[in-house]
Design a binder for this molecule. Structure first.
Ligand code: IPM
Ligand code: MN
Length: 356
């Protein structure tokens, strides 16, 4: 456990800084209660800076972040910046350069939170998606031929490596073992082996190989299309899912909505290797239309802070914080939607502090 937790804060764009401020407020409270110290260093990377300087991730930026114990991110995305610039130039660049090969996205329905799935209760929706975070269609390999002509050709390649899928699958098995679900430990590989007969064959074979080291974990498989149906029909079926980057992106938005929306969903971009730096973020975007109005839901960002603590040697503080979040969603909030919470952004942060 680091003696002082050194956190790089990337508030980012839109409502990012507002929700991050609530996560930091909660950090201030819990660090006192649990007796640890922390230090924050703020970075102004994001859309505003890009519009001013043309820079997304400044030169040497990733190396600078390597000096920290963790990165806490608000949101990336600016209405005046064309799509892809900040996403690729900042968010994906950081995931890749810091080799955060696990994108961990818990899908958990908190008490009091409404799910669009009829009749479902918190005990029915509680699983985790482990998304590979450095390969697949995200690697940016492709190009155009005869661009802007009627004969135009575009290619976009998915790249999968044995190393890339094995380290992710192995981590997912270990995570499933540690999670130790009382209903039985099960890891479901979600892919599309019936069509992607090269890339996902590699995933499938690797999954089978690694499974041999985890006889106590049931190794399960779903095609991604079927998984989308099951997540809606029988979310209680799942314990842990491991999947590719692109499919993981898609199914975790589905996961996000069944757990009550982007106001609550959070994720960790994790580099589990020794000395690796991980980055924690609310899943919602920068929500420009709500910026500066004190109406955006900070629960996802506070949830991301709890994940940060869980993965940086403060598991007790994390558990305490999760409990406080559940108390607030369960007894204090009318809704998880922006502007409908029954409280402002800052007040929800205060409620979590009070619940601690
Ligand atoms: C996410 C986001 C990103 C992704 C975008 C913003 C590049 O949708 O974190 O899921 O596709 O990974
Ligand atoms: Mn996404």
């Amino acid at each position: 456990m680091p003696s002082t937790l050194n956190i790089a804060v990337l508030g980012g764009d839109g409502t990012g800084p507002e929700v991050a401020a609530e996560g930091i407020k909660v950090l201030a409270a819990i660090s006192k209660l649990e007796g640890f110290t922390y230090e924050l260093t703020h970075f102004d990377w994001g859309g505003e800076r890009y519009l001013r300087t043309g820079e997304t991730l400044p030169d040497g930026g990733a190396d600078e972040l390597r000096k920290f114990d963790a990165v806490y991110l608000g949101a990336v995305g600016h209405p005046d910046v064309p799509p892809g610039v900040l996403e690729k130039g900042l968010l994906l660049e950081l995931r890749f350069q810091l080799d955060q090969y696990i994108n961990l996205r818990p899908v958990k329905l908190f008490p009091g939170v409404e799910t669009p799935l009829a009749g479902r209760k918190p005990e029915d929706i509680d699983f985790v998606v482990v998304r590979e975070n450095t390969e697949d269609l995200y690697c940016g390999i492709g190009g155009f031929l005869k661009k802007h002509t009627p004969d135009e050709v575009a290619t976009q390649s998915a790249v999968y490596t044995r190393k890339g899928c094995e380290r992710c699958i192995r981590w997912a098995f270990e995570f499933t073992r540690k999670r130790n679900n009382p209903k039985g430990k099960m890891l479901t590989l979600v892919a599309k082996t019936n069509v992607l007969t090269y890339g996902h064959d590699l995933w499938w074979r690797t999954f089978q190989d690694v499974a041999k080291d985890f006889p106590d974990v049931k190794a399960d498989y779903n095609h991604v299309d079927a998984c989308c149906m099951w997540m809606v029909k029988n979310p209680d079926y799942y314990d842990v899912i491991v999947t590719t980057n692109m499919f993981g992106d898609i199914i975790t938005d589905l996961g996000g909505i069944i757990q009550g929306g982007l106001g609550v969903a959070a994720g960790g971009n994790i580099n589990p290797d020794p000395g690796g730096v991980s980055m924690f973020e609310p899943m919602g975007g920068s929500a420009p239309k709500y910026t500066g109005q004190n109406v955006i839901n900070p629960i996802a960002a506070i949830n991301a802070m709890a994940m940060l603590l869980e993965f940086t040697g403060q598991p007790k503080a994390a558990q305490r914080l999760y409990k406080a979040i559940h108390q607030v969603t369960g007894t204090k909030m009318k809704s998880q939607a922006a502007g409908k919470m029954g409280h402002g952004t800052k007040e929800v942060g205060d409620l979590v502090v009070a619940a601690l």
